[in-house]
Design a protein around this ligand. Structure first.
Ligand SMILES: *[C@@H]1O[C@H](CO)[C@@H](O)[C@H](O)[C@H]1NC(C)=O
Ligand SMILES: *[C@@H]1O[C@H](CO)[C@@H](O)[C@H](O)[C@H]1NC(C)=O
Ligand SMILES: *[C@@H]1O[C@H](CO)[C@@H](O)[C@H](O)[C@H]1NC(C)=O
Ligand SMILES: *[C@@H]1O[C@H](CO)[C@@H](O)[C@H](O)[C@H]1NC(C)=O
Ligand SMILES: *[C@@H]1O[C@H](CO)[C@@H](O)[C@H](O)[C@H]1NC(C)=O
Ligand SMILES: *[C@@H]1O[C@H](CO)[C@@H](O)[C@H](O)[C@H]1NC(C)=O
Length: 480
């Protein structure tokens, strides 16, 4: 009796934690694969601590369980997290989010492990891919992962467009890794800064070419153009809908919420009614308000006490909640289109668009991960940006390249509007300075996990071989 009660209750527990339906992309929209309904992102960007106190909010149940009730009160269905520590366990928070009906958009980079704006070629190396793939390993099993961002605002002005080549190569490698490891084909995207001179070129570039692995599956735009009491036309949204029309994959606002025209010290969030209206939904699939917690850049919806235990709702929270609650999604498919084809590749033009339509091959050392997984996750302290692969770069002056990387990384940070955003590449400044000295000492890129993984991969596929080695060893010991 007791045993069967136990069985029943554990069966119920399994049923109770049944996961959210997977969301896929078809044409230029997201879809709920169980109900067949269109899915609109109603989200909030979430990185409490910001860039000054980078914490993984999904690895600490006391943090995520403190905040999830507020997500529910806002009525959101998605959060975006900019940096996680892939060496930690995320199951408690991922399951709690799932129970609350919330999906995750996850950036796979960390401040010290991302594609650098100043030396993108060097930063695209096998150690970097190990970090990215280990993050995929840590999250791919969760059905409520809506998508991965391979990069965030790598292009942040007119003259960082060549970094797109290496971000696109990372997109390709991530998509190939998902297939090679038999994971769900989770959408992989790029989140773009709103740069007047190249916003449409970037959108085209990431969705162009006949290699479907190299094309992104979704495009996020960080857009702060609707300020205060504005309108569809005054904000420039109307022009963007016009210009992005015909784009074949989902686009959404990966950050919105301009704070330069507040009314009585708070944001009105009146853009919400427009974002979820049919004026927009034929092209856009919703968005995420920037950002949950109040940090020094003053974009918070709530204030978190310095001891981390209490959350105070700000007027921005109340306004966003009320706008979301009084705005339904359009009925039917909202104008989604599935017949557009991918974009034409933009042509190279010095000073305007300098990304290459021929992508670099994946660093050869990274192919081991395809057969045996990424191996040991090394967490946020793993610093890969300056680890050029020697096989790809025959004559690299480590000292020179690291000095220039640090100085221009901090220069580009000052041009950014939002600071968590910049954290992905720009908090790197301090730590890349610190790490450059150790890199200069040892160029040898010795990574134990790869060697262990290679050994495992030898034995993994050949149980019989492993077994006979055991027999042999026992035999030898007995003989001795
Ligand atoms: C995505 O899900 C929708 C709804 O279930 C389905 O109609 C569509 O075929 C799916 N697309 C892909 C690419 O699996
Ligand atoms: C950083 O965040 C952690 C976790 O929320 C918190 O315990 C710590 O006090 C914070 N540190 C600072 C300097 O705010
Ligand atoms: C890059 O562009 C910015 C303007 O967006 C300019 O201030 C800066 O000097 C340029 N840097 C280089 C190296 O050309
Ligand atoms: C894809 O495009 C490249 C470059 O334009 C070309 O060399 C290749 O043949 C094309 N492949 C297919 C399958 O169309
Ligand atoms: C944490 O800070 C809040 C607000 O400052 C205070 O009300 C609460 O008592 C503090 N909790 C602890 C455990 O110190
Ligand atoms: C608004 O809030 C009510 C009460 O919580 C809820 O039933 C309703 O679904 C919400 N509407 C929208 C559009 O979120």
């Amino acid at each position: 009796m007791q045993i069967s009660n136990l069985l029943i209750s554990s069966t119920l527990a399994v049923l109770a934690s049944a996961s959210l339906p997977v969301i896929n992309t078809t044409g230029n929209a997201f879809w709920n694969t169980e109900t067949g309904e269109r899915f609109y992102i109603r989200g909030v960007d979430y990185q409490p601590g910001g860039s000054s106190n980078l914490t993984d909010p999904l690895a600490d149940e006391s943090i995520c369980s403190r905040d999830i009730p507020y997500f529910q009160e806002l009525g959101i269905n998605t959060i975006r997290v900019y940096t996680v520590d892939n060496s930690l366990d995320h199951s408690a928070c991922m399951n709690a989010l799932d129970d609350a009906g919330i999906y995750l958009l996850l950036d796979v980079n960390t401040p010290d492990s991302s594609i650098s704006r100043t030396d993108p070629e060097c930063s695209y190396n096998s150690a970097y891919l190990q970090s990215v793939f280990a993050t995929i390993d840590a999250f791919a099993e969760y059905d409520n992962v809506l998508g991965f961002f391979a990069g965030n605002e790598n292009i942040n002005n007119e003259n960082t467009t060549n970094s797109a080549t290496y971000v696109k190569a990372t997109v390709r490698d991530m998509k190939k890794y998902l297939s090679a490891r038999d994971y769900r084909q989770i959408p992989v995207g790029y989140s773009a800064a709103d740069i007047t001179s190249n916003r449409y070129l970037a959108a085209q570039y990431f969705n162009c070419g006949n290699d479907s692995d190299a094309r992104i599956d979704m495009f996020g735009v960080n857009d702060y153009s609707w300020c205060g009491s504005s309108s569809f036309t005054q904000s420039g949204y109307s022009q963007k809908v016009e210009n992005y029309k015909g784009y074949s994959i989902p686009i959404f606002l990966s950050e919105y919420g301009c704070n330069t025209a507040e009314v009585d010290g708070s944001r009105l969030f009146q853009e919400v009614k427009t974002i979820y209206s049919t004026k927009m939904t034929g092209v856009f699939s919703g968005g995420l308000a920037y950002e949950y917690s109040q940090e020094t850049n003053d974009y918070g919806l709530v204030e978190i006490s310095s001891n981390g235990t209490s959350v105070t709702i700000l007027d921005d929270f109340t306004n966003l909640k009320s706008e979301l609650n009084s705005t339904s999604n359009p009925s039917g498919n909202g104008g989604a289109v599935s017949t557009y084809s991918y974009s034409e590749c933009p042509t190279y033009e010095a000073g305007i668009w300098e990304a290459d339509n021929t992508l670099p091959d994946m660093p050869s050392a990274a192919s081991a991960y395809f057969t045996s997984g990424a191996g040991e996750p090394l967490g946020t302290s793993d610093s890969t940006e300056l680890q050029c692969d020697s096989s790809d770069d025959d004559d690299d002056d480590e000292t020179t390249s690291s000095t220039s990387a640090s100085s221009s990384t901090s220069a580009s940070a000052s041009t950014l509007t939002s600071s968590v955003t910049s954290s992905t590449s720009s908090t790197a400044t301090a730590s890349s300075r610190a790490s450059s000295s150790s890199k200069a000492l040892g160029v040898t890129n010795f990574r134990v996990p790869i060697i262990l993984e290679l050994l495992f991969s030898i034995f993994e596929n050949s149980f019989v071989f492993g077994f006979s080695i055991v027999i042999l060893t026992v035999g030898v010991v007995l003989v001795i």
